[in-house]
Write a protein that binds this ligand. Sequence first.
Ligand code: CA
Length: 238
Amino acid sequence: MNTSATEPANALRPYILVVEDEDALGTLLQYNLDKEGYRVAQCADGEEALMNIEEKQPDLVILDWMLPTVSGIEVCRRLRQRADTRNLPIIMLTARGEETDRIRGLDTGADDYVVKPFSMIELCARVRAVLRRIRPGLAENRVKHGNLLIDRVAHRVKRGDQEVHLGPTEFRLLDYFMQHPGRVFSREQLLDAVWGSDVYVETRTVDVHIGRLRRALNVEGDEDPIRTVRSAGYSLDV
Ligand code: CA
């Protein structure tokens, strides 16, 4: 398990799902987004994409318009109907002339669209722009929520005027919560995001680190910002 404060932590790296059935383009996207510091997964059809998203919600989806099984537009529509994915950032990919007018109107529910062929520089810029607009917590170095402030570059946390000292795991936990304030995460989801899915850690470990995070954040007279949701998990509520 990597708990070094200097290594890029999993929770600091936004997770992007690429849904593209052209192998070469999918691979190229994956390679470039990985190089930009994102965690990337790829799938090649709409049904698989929906299952993937259900299992592990990405921070952003790059979604091809024409896909086997379920089309990109249908995937987008279904994601917008679900409460938990209603605000999930989506960038649509489309071939030139392929219903671009409809996409341009964005009645698909997508946040942005990119017309093929596009440069990777352009696509990465769009990804950054959408993340900044929709999830500022993912793109900014300093994120404030309630009276909590996290500075990712300086690796510092403050609650009100008070400096809060956190271990590397507690820092990543808090960072992850601050990317999604108010959202309830199960222990498994937190393990996956903060420790990484390739690491075997017992779910009880999450409780231990939540406990430490709570104690550290428990500045005199302030309310506990971490809410325990019975049989569901934890969320940040300030
Ligand atoms: Ca396609």
